[in-house]
Design a protein around this ligand. Structure first.
Ligand SMILES: Nc1ncnc2c1ncn2[C@@H]1O[C@H](COP(=O)(O)OP(=O)(O)OP(=O)(O)O)[C@@H](O)[C@H]1O
Length: 256
């Protein structure tokens, strides 16, 4: 692999409140994310998922409470974090290799490192292509390689696979899992897709109106597949919570 094994950052979110104007977007979030853990945050649109992630990235100032990383309050941009969004945000005027190596270019061997990362994400030899000729899934592969180029201790994923078709999305989930198993950075994923959360996370946090309403451990063996025993049960538990369905009336029975 192109980067050394990392020890993921430990994150503590402590009584985090955020108001935008009069709107209480985060209402006392408490959570601990262990170093090297993969945590997913799910919740309905507008419940505050991205706002939470942006606080961990150091892109928002809390109204009260704080986020700590390895015991230190995050104050300003979190330099140990790399972000990946739904939109790949590649530089269209730079080729793929330069996009991957954009953060490495002060290092003498950046081209070799960037080429190795491209190989890791399944784009061996595509370094001279322009972003415009890549498919959506390929662009996200490049974005993932770019995120890994910094050897992140923390990878923040804000719906990174949300715009991809179902099959590409599953391939990318497998790739993210594989790279996480190798690099062992801490990962925080925001997603609408409960199946994606179960595929990837050690723990799923469900947020409703800025509060954590459920935390669910996912102890399924890896690599995961949606057909694995227990997968559907966890998915259903989360969906029931999100949709406000009582446990005694399972979702699958209701929809039959
Ligand atoms: N900079 C901002 N200024 C004002 N309001 C904001 C700002 N950022 C977010 N909000 C509001 O905070 C609420 C939560 O937004 P956030 O993007 O965190 O939700 P989300 O759960 O990630 O939603 P989605 O899944 O639709 O992306 C929304 O009502 C949004 O309009």
């Amino acid at each position: 692999m192109a980067t050394e094994l990392q020890h993921g950052a430990a994150i503590e979110i402590d009584q985090l409140y955020k108001q935008f104007g009069k709107k209480n977007v985060l209402q006392g979030i408490d959570a601990t994310i262990h170093g090297g853990e993969f945590v997913a945050v799910v919740g309905k649109s507008g419940c505050g998922k991205s706002t939470l992630l942006r606080h961990v990235a150091g892109l928002e100032t809390a109204t009260s409470g704080e986020v700590r990383q390895n015991g230190e309050r995050i104050d300003g941009i979190n330099q140990q974090a790399c972000l990946m969004f739904q939109d790949s945000r590649l530089l269209p005027w730079q080729n793929v290799l330069t996009n991957v190596g954009v953060g490495l270019r002060l290092e003498g061997e950046w081209q070799r490192q960037a080429a190795a990362l491209l190989k890791d994400v399944g784009l061996d030899g595509r370094g001279n292509d322009w972003p415009a000729v890549l498919s959506g899934g390929q662009k996200q592969r490049v974005a993932l390689a770019r995120a890994l180029a910094g050897g992140p201790k923390l990878l923040l994923l804000d719906e990174p696979l949300g715009a991809l078709d179902a099959l590409t999305r599953m391939e990318m989930q497998q790739l993210v899992e594989r790279l996480w198993l190798i690099h062992r950075f801490t990962a925080l994923l925001v997603t609408h897709d409960v199946s994606e959360a179960v595929m990837l996370a050690d723990r799923i946090i469900v947020i409703e109106e800025g509060r954590i309403v459920m935390t669910k451990d996912v102890s399924l063996p890896r690599p995961r597949v949606p057909t694995a025993p227990g997968f559907a049960d966890i998915q259903e538990t989360i969906l029931n919570e999100l949709l406000g369905i009582q446990a005694e009336k399972p979702l699958l029975q209701q929809t039959n």
